[in-house]
Structures are given as structure tokens and as C-alpha cells.
Design a protein around this ligand. Structure first.
Ligand code: PMT
Length: 405
């Protein structure tokens, strides 16, 4: 199989940050995989790494200025924007992310990003507090809405002495993700229905039963499926997340509402992926008024919610179905039991509890089907979702061609 990076045109943009010293390694790895690389440096990046170093590793003149007559008479910013199959900005500083999110075009790199139709991928690197700042996070949400892919950051010790999220993802992993982004659209034209997030089962007008699902895994799965060319509908319980680009969002609250939304759309989907953490029970009655604390004890009577996943696999023309299993013990045994009991094509099992999987930015999955089990991750949820979608696509196409023959 040809390497997805072979003969591909990669523009590597470098912004001002200490992690810039890792980029010659990134460029070298890209060239080893057969990619052609052109490097663009911002003014701040030149404080951390020299154009000469990058010229040596890329084998081409490095581009630094928007208004450089010599550069513009050769491969100017518009030519570079057209030439690129993919634009990778690494490290991407908080300042660059803000300028990109708000459409600035005041230097070569931002102008190129505005002018290109190629996929843009950013690998942020910055102090952990800057990363966690709500304004940086808001800028990232805008970038995601514009289909800009975000790699990392990794978590760990930082050059400034802090520890936390903000390290540049390892160049080898950035290269792997660029290859993923450039690989074939494995779900082109396929309809994918995904459930995500928690459900909220009301007790009274202000209280309810729910869980710690943030929706991150489900939204990442939706983004990865859309990137693979699928037509994606995301039925989501209450989350604080913006829907990924090119995904139709159907917001719901309670399990029964999620069940109804799935039933309404299931006939028109080829693949169903149940990532949602659906409440198994709901209160028998929802009090019309806020319940007063008159008694020292109260009893809440609960009734089973419909099993959305089981209702899909029970259908005569069930789509290819993927379930998730959240387990606190005996992960493989419990997940395998769910695979068989619910007659699912593939189950993605994750260990949960103690801050793992629920709410976190990273996860690890054990994928189990009737042929065995494989482990994927630990990795950031978007990266994990891309691998998950590739695994689903392979199995979906194999099943479809077996049914055709
Ligand atoms: O949202 P995040 O913070 O990113 O966290 C991700 C996650 C931990 C929620 C996710 O990775 C995950 O494990 N989702 C499934 C959680 C769950 O409810 O697992 P379960 O083992 O209870 O359910 C098994 C399967 O049946 C799941 O696919 C679930 O969506 C489905 N189910 C369960 C109950 C029900 N009434 N209807 C269902 O469809």
C-alpha cells in the first residue's frame, strides 16, 4: 500500500515557541515518508530556530515574509496556499490560534491559512495555564467549527517548569496524524448516526439523574466520521461542546427522547454508533414543583429506560452497529458479554472511574468483535476516534461485501 504521505505537498508553519526546536525532526520524518515539504516561519519563530536549519532539512528556501518581493516572485503566499495538500502549524502558539480563529491575515502564515483550501492541522504548544484559559479554549472551539484539526497538546513537564497540558505532541505522532488526515475517505457517502453525552432524567423542575459524560468521545467520533466522508447525525444529550463541522446535531435531554430521535432516523443510516452514557433508569414520576425537604428520608421510585442500542440491533434491517462499554472491572469479559447479548457488530470497551474516560481529553479502547480483540490508545480522544472510525470502516465494508456476494 502506498504511504498516504508519499508525494504529498506539506506546508509546515512554525510559530514562536520553545517547541520549535523539535520541528526539524518533524520535517525530516515527513520527507522520509516521501512528502515534499515547504516551511513557513513567523517572525517570532525565528527567535527560536533559524531559517537556515529548516532550509537544510527541507531542502528548500524557507518562507518568512508576506511582503518579500523576492519570495513573491517565486512561490508567493497564494502559490504556497494552492500548492499545499495539507498545512500543519507546529508549534501553534496561543497567539497564533487566536489570530487564526478570528481570521487575521497580517503575516505570511495567517494569510496562507486564509487562502488555502487544503486541510489545516494545528499542533498547539504553550504553558498549561495559557492552554486552559477559557479564551484559548473558545478560540479552539471556533477553529474546530472551521474544520481545523487540532493535534494534542500532550500532557507533562513543560520548559517553564509547570506540569500539565501544553506540550507539543511528539513529531512521530504528528506525522502519523497527518498521514491519517491525508488517507482515503473511507466512509464517503455513508450515513452514520451517533449518540453522545449523558442523559438527564428529571426528578423535579430543578433536579435530575445524570452521569459524568462530557460528550467528548462521541463528538470526536462524529468529527472523525465526517472527516472520513460520512454524512453524520449526532444525537446528543446535554453537553458544553460545539458540534463538529459538517455534522447535523440533534440535541435531546432524556433517554426516552434520545430513543425517539434514534428511532426516527435509524431507517436511513448505514452505521449506528452508541457512545452516549444513557441512564438505565428514570424516576417513575417527575414532580411538578420543586420537592421540599420536609422528611428526613425520601424514596425515589425508578423505572427502566429503553435500551436504545438493543432496540437498534433487534431490527430486521439493522445497520452495522457499534456499542461502547463503560466498565469498572473485568473489562473484556463484561464487554464481550454485552457484544453477544445485544448482538452488536463491534464493541469499544473503556475502563472508567477515578477520572478515566468520563470527562477526560484522552482515552483508551479495547475493540472486540467476533474475531477477537485489539487495543487502541491511550491517546487524545480525536486521535483515538480516527483509529476507531478506520477500524469501523474496514469491518463495515467487509460485512457489506460479504452480504453482496
Ligand atoms: O462523554 P465522555 O466524557 O467523553 O466519556 C466517554 C464515555 C466514557 C461516556 C464513552 O466512552 C462510553 O463508554 N460510553 C458508553 C457509556 C455507557 O453507558 O456504557 P454502558 O456499558 O452502560 O452501555 C453499553 C452500551 O449500550 C453503550 O453503547 C450505550 O450507549 C448503550 N445503551 C445503554 C443503556 C441504554 N438505555 N441505551 C443504550 O443505548
Amino acid at each position: 500500500m502506498t504511504d498516504a504521505l508519499y508525494n504529498k505537498h506539506v506546508v509546515v508553519g512554525i510559530t514562536g515557541g520553545i517547541a520549535a526546536y523539535k520541528i526539524p525532526d518533524l520535517v525530516r520524518r515527513l520527507r522520509e515518508r516521501g512528502a515534499e515539504v515547504r516551511v513557513v516561519l513567523t517572525a517570532n519563530a525565528t527567535q527560536f530556530i533559524t531559517p537556515l536549519t529548516l532550509q537544510a532539512v527541507s531542502g528548500h528556501t524557507v518562507h518568512c515574509d508576506l511582503l518579500d518581493p523576492a519570495a513573491e516572485s517565486g512561490m508567493g503566499h497564494i502559490e504556497l496556499a494552492r500548492w499545499a495538500d495539507i498545512v500543519c502549524v507546529a508549534p501553534a502558539s496561543a497567539n497564533f490560534l487566536a489570530r487564526l480563529a478570528h481570521g487575521f491575515g497580517d503575516d505570511l502564515l495567517t494569510t496562507l491559512c486564509l487562502a488555502t483550501t487544503a486541510q489545516i492541522v494545528v499542533a498547539p504548544a504553550m504553558n498549561q495555564q495559557m492552554w486552559q484559559n477559557s479564551r484559548t479554549q473558545a478560540n479552539l472551539a471556533i477553529l474546530q467549527q472551521h474544520s481545523i484539526a487540532i493535534i494534542g497538546p500532550a500532557i507533562g513537564d513543560q520548559a517553564c517548569g509547570d506540569t500539565g497540558p501544553g506540550r507539543l505532541v511528539d513529531p512521530a505522532d504528528i506525522v502519523a496524524q497527518l498521514a491519517d488526515s491525508l488517507s482515503a475517505r473511507t466512509l464517503e457517502g455513508i450515513s452514520v448516526l451517533i449518540t453522545a453525552g449523558p442523559t438527564w432524567e428529571a426528578i423535579d423542575p430543578v433536579r435530575g439523574l445524570t452521569n459524568h459524560s462530557s460528550g467528548k468521545m462521541g463528538y470526536a467520533t462524529a468529527a472523525a466520521a465526517a472527516n472520513a466522508g460520512a454524512k453524520v447525525t449526532l444525537i446528543s444529550g446535554p453537553t458544553a461542546l460545539a458540534p463538529p463541522a459538517e455534522v447535523t446535531l440533534v440535541p435531546v435531554t432524556a433517554a426516552r427522547e434520545m430513543h425517539g430521535a434514534v428511532q426516527d432516523r435509524i431507517d436511513h443510516c448505514d452505521i449506528f454508533i452508541a457512545v452516549a452514557a444513557v441512564a438505565d433508569y428514570r424516576p417513575v414520576r417527575k414532580a411538578r414543583q420543586k420537592i421540599k425537604k420536609n422528611e428526613s428520608r425520601m424514596t425515589l421510585e425508578l423505572i427502566r429506560n429503553p435500551d436504545i442500542l438493543a432496540s437498534v440491533t433487534a431490527r430486521r434491517n439493522a445497520p452495522f452497529t457499534v456499542g461502547f462499554a463503560a466498565e469498572t472491572s473485568d473489562l473484556k469479559a463484561h464487554a464481550t458479554h454485552k457484544l453477544r447479548r445485544k448482538r452488536i457488530d463491534l464493541i469499544a470497551a473503556n475502563a472508567v472511574g477515578d477520572g478515566i474516560a468520563f470527562g477526560s481529553d484522552t482515552n483508551a479502547l479495547t475493540l472486540i468483535d467476533n474475531n477477537g480483540a485489539i487495543e487502541i490508545g491511550p491517546a487524545p480522544k480525536l486521535e483515538l476516534a480516527r483509529t476507531l472510525i478506520a477500524e469501523i470502516a474496514e469491518r463495515y465494508h467487509a460485512k457489506a461485501s460479504a452480504q453482496d456476494s
